[in-house]
Design a protein around this ligand. Structure first.
Ligand code: T4K
Length: 380
């Protein structure tokens, strides 16, 4: 099989109409207000609150900053936070930067989100919160997680980096927990180049976030608590407002490509599409396959290598587990026997390219490469 002449990336950012972006940028430059909460910033926060029906939105410099700020607003340095190791580095890093300690809990076998059943055994007198991830935009088991949190007086922060646009029963996924943190990085559906946001229903939490993202400064001159510079600039907010107009169309385009992938892989022994359950309106942030080597006949890594040879940059999100890197491998909860399902997921997961202007013919050829590794033919 001949490789693609140009690399096929895992994703490509939405690029908005240049004339509309130029008009916004001209207004920013004309105003001379480039950061610290100008008109674009206010407009994007209001637009996001309106779209999600979550009252309070605090834009931030990145998804990582959003996580650090949310943890700092709801907990204290020295707290233990129950979390998943099946995630991107940023989730675990944020806990450390907030001065807290991650306590790793296993994931569920079907969708690889934090298992509510794993929480109880991880509780200690220092446990103050839970940081769960809506991995790939698949909502985690929020009812069970929040019931457990209420029983034990814990805060709940969702790492919703992948979940902008996800809804269940008409409710935004960003309405759940004490705070939900989104990434607006270039690789995300809605992006501001670099950026993020914390969504919360609590006015008090929002007020604290607002202070913490601005160096911890109080309105009164000179007084401050420990904060950071976690603000989003006007230029990023202007870009975000332009990209926001394109998001619904992008979800539709990606949805069609997901169906195409599913058609190719349906019924193939050892291949499973890991996606949200019925009842969830997805955002199609990623297309994820679980490859069971024993049944498919090839390991995930063999498929990944075959795709690389074909110039397709599929990604092993999330390998390795964050519990397996030297910084954390020594903590008791990081022991592999504590995390068997997360270890299995990190061996099986493969994210295939997915973005709106990926051609259906490219999807067909990617599927062909995957199936060919096991000497199978793709669907006509
Ligand atoms: N929580 C979770 C669960 C997350 O997954 C993330 C980030 C965060 C928190 C933190 O959010 P941020 O602080 O990042 O806002 C990427 C992203 O950098 C990262 O945002 C993302 N998750 C993670 C899953 O993926 P890499 O190292 O894989 O990115 P990179 O540079 O290899 O980009 C992937 C592909 O995207 C490239 O092959 C080409 C394409 N691309 C990328 C960029 C940056 C473009 O076409 N244009 C671009 O500008 O981490």
């Amino acid at each position: 099989m001949r490789p693609f002449p140009e690399p096929v990336p895992i994703t490509r950012p939405l690029v908005p109409d240049l004339a509309r972006l130029s008009a916004r940028l001209a207004s920013v430059l004309g105003s001379r207000q480039l950061s610290n909460g100008g008109a674009q910033h206010a407009e994007l926060e209001a637009a996001l609150a309106g779209l999600t029906r979550v009252d309070h939105v605090a834009l931030t410099a990145s998804g990582t900053t959003a996580l650090i700020l949310a943890l700092a607003a709801l907990g204290r340095r020295g707290d233990e936070v129950l979390t998943t190791p099946y995630t991107f580095a940023a989730t675990t890093n944020a806990i450390a930067w907030a001065g807290m300690t991650p306590v790793f809990c296993d994931v569920d076998a079907d969708d690889w989100t934090l298992s509510p059943d794993a929480l109880r055994a991880a509780l200690t007198p220092r446990t103050r919160g839970i940081l769960a991830v809506h991995t790939y935009g698949i909502p985690c088991r929020v009812h069970a997680i929040e019931r457990f949190a209420r029983e034990h007086g814990l805060f709940v922060v969702y790492d919703a980096a992948h979940a902008f646009g996800v809804e269940r029963g008409g409710e935004s996924a960003l309405a759940w927990g004490d705070a939900s943190c989104v990434s607006f990085h270039a690789t995300k559906l809605l992006h501001t180049g670099e950026g993020g946001a914390v969504f919360t229903r609590s006015a008090a939490t929002h007020a604290r976030l607002d202070r913490l993202r601005n160096f911890g400064l109080f309105a009164r001159d000179g007084e401050f608590e420990v904060g950071l510079n976690g603000k989003m600039s006007e230029l990023s907010a202007a870009l975000g407002l332009c990209v926001l107009d394109e998001v619904a169309r992008e979800i539709t385009r990606r949805g069609a490509l997901v169906v195409r992938y599913q058609d190719h892989f349906r019924g193939v022994p050892g291949l499973r599409h890991v996606g949200p359950p019925a009842g969830v309106a997805p955002n199609h942030q990623y297309f994820v396959l679980a490859i069971d080597a024993a049944r498919f006949g090839r390991t995930r890594d063999e498929v990944w290598e075959a795709l690389r040879a074909a110039n397709v940059h599929a990604r092993r999100y999330f390998h390795p587990l964050t519990s397996a890197v030297p910084a954390w491998a020594g903590v008791p909860s990081a022991r592999p026997e504590n995390l068997p399902r997360a270890h299995a997921a990190a061996k099986e997961a493969l994210c295939l390219p997915l973005f709106g202007d990926l051609g259906t013919d490219v999807v067909d050829r990617i599927a062909e490469v995957v199936l060919h590794t096991a000497a199978l033919e793709r669907a006509a």
